[in-house]
Design a protein around this ligand. Structure first.
Ligand code: ADP
Ligand code: ASP
Ligand code: MG
Length: 418
């Protein structure tokens, strides 16, 4: 069995959905499990719904209507006949969402988040499945929440592998075209959970692992994994082959083309991961598998913008030692601030972090009691794997370098645009 993952960009409009059908026709679709994300930027649009819901804003209804309108246009573009059952199926899902928003009593933000954003994937797979059937390709629509079981840590749920394995082994039919949702799972009480933003790649890996799949293919708007994000680097080149280890490193440092959690289950069973273009499905793309680290051998660039560089020094010239460092890290963890780089000297300690949830001001109030805190906002962290002189120059040109760290394989540079 092969597992295919189609992300938001591949199903962002009617043309995208028609293209998915074309890809399947081209590469075959018997004995396939499709994992599909919400259409286009639907998850962001539903996040806005949640914000208005908690703000008790009058704009809540308009935000829901916006999501409806977007999907309705796609339906009209795909199915001329408004009597097609898909219209009623999608309406029923929106009615469920509106019912939840009107009747929910839980004040738990993360719980509400998961119950609401999940409609993105439920609706996208409903539309795709109906379209495939309409085009004569019979599909099995699976509610992923009956398969992927997790704990109740909403927004970042942990998979219960044993239960998940049992559900998948028992209930996924082979020799057919299965369609299911990425990103979602369900907790022990059967409430919906999510696996973290961009988590659909991980869902594909979970199914592949439990099905002992032959391979996973993630279909992208780029030719494969490149040595840099082509949005930011004009001369990015395709990597034909990378090892699991190299892919894990690239994803860990922030190459957003593969979700970092995806690789580990695949590597355990040596299931190859192909990253291919949904525009040119017959091109080779990138193969992530056992074998050479990187072919062609090129420096790989990863950019993380909007970082915060924090330097802590002791107020009384005492050393910054294990004891302070563990305390500082516990605080970063508590405030959900992600540390991307660390450097320390005798009396100072610098970290480049990502403050996704805007918690730094609160953290700073605590840190400032014990340390002298300096910080620089809006800096960029460049990571170069397999760097050379030319690569380093490219990154440093016309910028102020605030911090630099070099190991055998990896160079990291924190810069400020000048
Ligand atoms: P999906 O629709 O599957 O969620 P994403 O938009 O998350 O797809 O991922 C594809 C994007 O990842 C590309 O459009 C590209 O801009 C970006 N990207 C970042 N780093 C790389 C890289 N090293 N190689 C290829 N694409 C990359
Ligand atoms: N729809 C989810 C997101 O946008 C999951 C995914 O696309 O992988 O984060
Ligand atoms: Mg994505």
């Amino acid at each position: 069995m092969r597992v295919f993952k189609f992300g938001g960009a591949s199903v962002k409009d009617a043309a995208g959905i028609k293209n998915v059908q074309y890809v399947l026709q081209t590469v075959g679709y018997e004995d396939v499990l499709l994992v599909v994300s919400a259409m286009g930027k639907t998850t962001n649009a539903l996040e806005l719904v949640i914000k208005h819901y908690f703000d008790k804003s009058a704009e809540l209804n308009a935000a829901v209507q916006e999501v409806k309108k977007y999907h309705n246009q796609i339906l009209l573009d795909l199915f001329e006949d408004e009597n097609n059952a898909v219209f009623a199926a999608v309406s029923a899902q929106f009615a469920d969402l509106e019912y939840f928003l009107a009747h929910n009593k839980s004040p738990n933000y993360n719980f509400v988040y998961d119950q609401v954003v999940s409609y993105g994937e439920l609706i996208s797979t409903t539309i795709l499945s109906h379209y495939m059937n309409f085009m004569g390709m019979a599909t099995q629509w699976l509610d992923v929440r009956n398969f992927v079981k997790t704990d109740a840590n909403y927004r970042d749920a942990e998979v219960d592998w044993e239960l998940t394995q049992a559900n998948i082994s028992k209930n996924v039919k082979r020799k057919t075209l299965n369609i299911t949702q990425g990103f979602l799972g369900s907790d022990p009480n059967n409430f919906t959970t999510t696996l973290g933003r961009e988590g659909s790649d991980y869902t594909a890996a979970i199914f592949a692992y439990c099905l002992n799949a032959e391979s996973v293919t993630i279909w992208k708007d780029v030719p494969g994994v490149m040595n840099a994000d082509p949005r930011y680097f004009e001369n990015a080149s395709l990597l034909n082959q990378i090892s699991y280890r190299e892919a894990i490193e690239l994803a860990f440092y922030g190459a957003t083309v593969i979700h970092p959690k995806t690789l580990q289950p695949l590597q355990k069973k040596e299931i190859p991961l192909y990253v291919k273009s949904f525009i040119n499905p017959l091109l080779q793309g990138t193969s992530v598998s056992k074998g050479v680290d990187l072919e062609p051998y090129l420096p790989c660039f990863i950019v993380k913008r909007n970082q915060l560089l924090i330097s802590l020094s002791s107020i009384d010239f005492s050393f910054i030692m294990e004891e302070n460092i563990s305390e500082i890290f516990a605080l970063f963890h508590q405030f959900k601030i992600k540390v991307n780089l660390i450097q320390n000297s005798a009396i100072s300690f610098s970290v480049c972090v990502e403050d996704k949830f805007n918690n730094f001001a609160a953290l700073n109030a605590i840190l400032s009691k014990k340390f002298k805190v300096d910080f620089e906002e809006n800096v960029t962290l460049y990571t170069i794997r397999h760097f050379n002189d030319g690569a380093a120059q490219t990154v440093e040109a016309n910028k102020t370098v605030l911090l630099k760290q070099v190991s055998r394989e990896t160079m990291q540079v924190v810069t400020k645009e000048v």
